[in-house]
Design a protein around this ligand. Sequence first.
Ligand code: SF4
Length: 345
Amino acid sequence: MEKECVRDLNIEKLIEFCEQNKQQGFRARQISYWLWNKGISDFESMTDLPKPFREALEKAFYFDNIKIESINRSKDKTTKILFASHDNKLFEGVLIPSRDRVTACISTQSGCPLNCSFCSTGKIGFIRNLSVGEIFGQVFELNETCKIDFGRSLTNIVVMGMGEPLLNYENTLEAIKHITAENDLNFSPYRITLSTAGIAPKIKSLADDKIRFNLSISLHSADNKKRSEIMPINKKYDLETLSAAVRYFYEKTGQRITYEYLLLKGINDDIKDAEKLSQFTKISPCKINLIEYNSGDSYIYLPSDAKKTEDFISFLKSKNLVVTLRKSKGQDINAACGQLANKKQ
Ligand code: SF4
């Protein structure tokens, strides 16, 4: 019989396995504690389980452990970790320190199918969805590195690394469940932000699933023609469809959405673009994060000039919008926004 991944089992399945092996139900909770609180990576370490039962577990299940392939530290202290799965698929996680916080940026897919024109991950193409254990494992490993590098635990998590999280919906939500559950990692959902390129039906599912974490949308243009050019997903879910999904999300959750907007010179940084952005974001209360673009290895786009950026911000502020300009970090190690490409430095 083929082995199943132990981290793919929910508590009911674990209880069922315990019963089949003549163990009481509390053993399932012990296993769950080792997996999701202690983050252990083998059955041998589950020292409070009887040895024969550990052997039975070993026979039936495997671990989807991830390992660290390389760690790169930027001069601005951003740390990028290249991970490999048990079947050797690569993906990246990043630690971003700032004055009062350390944020982990995690991946949900190896590669990405969406091929946004400004993004290095998109160039790799789609390799596969990450499992619940692989998404959770990144948080666990990044937290360990965070303690070593910065002497503290993670304060925030952004699900904005490689891949489109809403195209790996179930695994991403299940991993976040384990990251936030009181008996597991017990991380506050209010300190987690998931970012989507705009998978409209799944934004509605998030509302139906009553998520407690924050939602951000990578918008990058509020003009259908321009957005389709830089983000092909806009051909499938255009701005009108996206706007309906955002409205639904707000009506159901009352949550304020954040829009991410990369400023690309001569592409989306004109006052006319700012005007369209201010119109689009009227749907519901929101914040806008403008992001400085990093060219990385690609020279298709350039960052906006300082003056253009300033005018863009002033315009949005004149419309009473909440705007922040995000300085990119980790550029020298290709860890900045849109630069994750599974490369060892
Ligand atoms: S920006 Fe995000 S959604 Fe677009 S290709 Fe890159 S990883 Fe995928």
